[in-house]
Design a protein around this ligand. Sequence first.
Ligand code: ADP
Ligand code: MG
Length: 476
Amino acid sequence: MSTLPLLEFDLPPSSDQEVWAAALELARERAGQPTFESWLRDLQPLSWLDGALTVGAPSEFKRAWVEKKYSSLLAQCVEAAYGSPLSLTFVVSEGPAPKKTPAAAGRSVFVPRSVPAAAPRMAAGVPDEVLFDTVPLNDRYTFDTFVVGACNRLAQAGAMASAQRPGSAFNPLFLYGGAGLGKTHLMHAVGHAAKAGNPGCRVAYISGETFTTQYVTAIRERNMDDFRRRFRAADIWLVDDIQFIADKERTEEEFFHTFNALRDTGKQIVLSSDRAPKDLRLDDRLRSRFEAGLIADIRPPELETRIAILQQKALEEGSAIPDDVLLYMADLIQSNIRVLEGALIKLLAYASITSSPITQQLAGDVLGSYFSRHKEEGKPVTAEDVKRLVADAFGVKVEEINGTSRTRPIVLARQVSMHLVRELTGASLPEIGRAFGGKDHSTVVHSCQKIRALLKNDLELAQRCAELMGQLKRPA
Ligand code: ADP
Ligand code: MG
């Protein structure tokens, strides 16, 4: 039986999928790649009831072995990812009728990958994004919450048109701009709006990086048919950060075919990148396809827009911030909205913990030292800057970050550093690998994915990263 390599679940997306993915990442790290590949990769969470997780293995042999050798490791990893202990039960999942356990109140239920066809499930109201094994769209990233200014007006208008008239307005829509300026937000907004306008519309969102990893996996597992089918069923294909596929010949080729298949059948494609098509190292055929649509850049927001964004975010947080404080912050942080948002969260948290009124004085105390460097003209951030700062913050040595130790704090510091270098510098994956004592690019990919997964659940780590980023980032 052909199986779709998808992780599907019955109820609307919850963080369960992320928890399992994060747990597996940890297991990969602790058990090592070979063990992971042989025993753990194809385990599947079948049901997730309060306090108990049933994990499916593809055969009785694997089930018995995993239970004997890896159950405690997996339990630890699931606990670390989930935040509290869960009891694990191992069953054989493959077979004609995969066993399903009914949902417990408030928890979602996983269905094994071997569930036959996706189509009937879709009709039953399964969220579309799960069909594509992509990240569910972020509820907060809608057009309503997106502040429009001169810096992003064209991009927003293009995105809106793509959502309202998929495939007929601008195809593809190509958004580009620096980190933290709202590309991902706009792409998710297209997905939400298209589905609001037409509930049957199938939206697939994927990052260029995930596309690349999934492609490599599909080749290794000889699963190209499934890989292709996954994206070609989309009505709207959102590919974020496509700079990651540039320069990778075979991935780019595959992307090209998917792109054409969708484009030729009138499906809407929205792409984002950190630079313009002309600055991407792409095959000319692909570049000219990109240039045939609408190319819209997003520039750093002007002061008024920064203030409006802060107001919007404060509203989302349910807090009112005095105008002078907004002005102070908007002046302090100019180049990256993600950092601006991080600063706001930090200020609100600080005010709430200390029961202080939000004043400019408080903002200065809390944020001034972190962000003062924003105002200085400086050199671009380097991997060395990042490693030094992270080493300091995590109490480890730079040599340890560059080294191969698997001790937890060192691994975390190393992965956070890689993540920040990815976010803040233009370095390619191999360059980052080299800057960390000659590591493989796949290690970098894995580290960044891991941190991103953690950041979604671990508020404290998210805060620390936002602070580190604030300390590192200076205007270009
Ligand atoms: P990018 O993908 O370009 O790196 P993101 O889309 O992830 O940036 O945006 C970073 C953060 O800034 C997100 O939380 C997003 O909601 C917020 N943001 C960016 N631009 C805007 C905007 N114009 N209005 C409201 N929030 C914005
Ligand atoms: Mg993004």
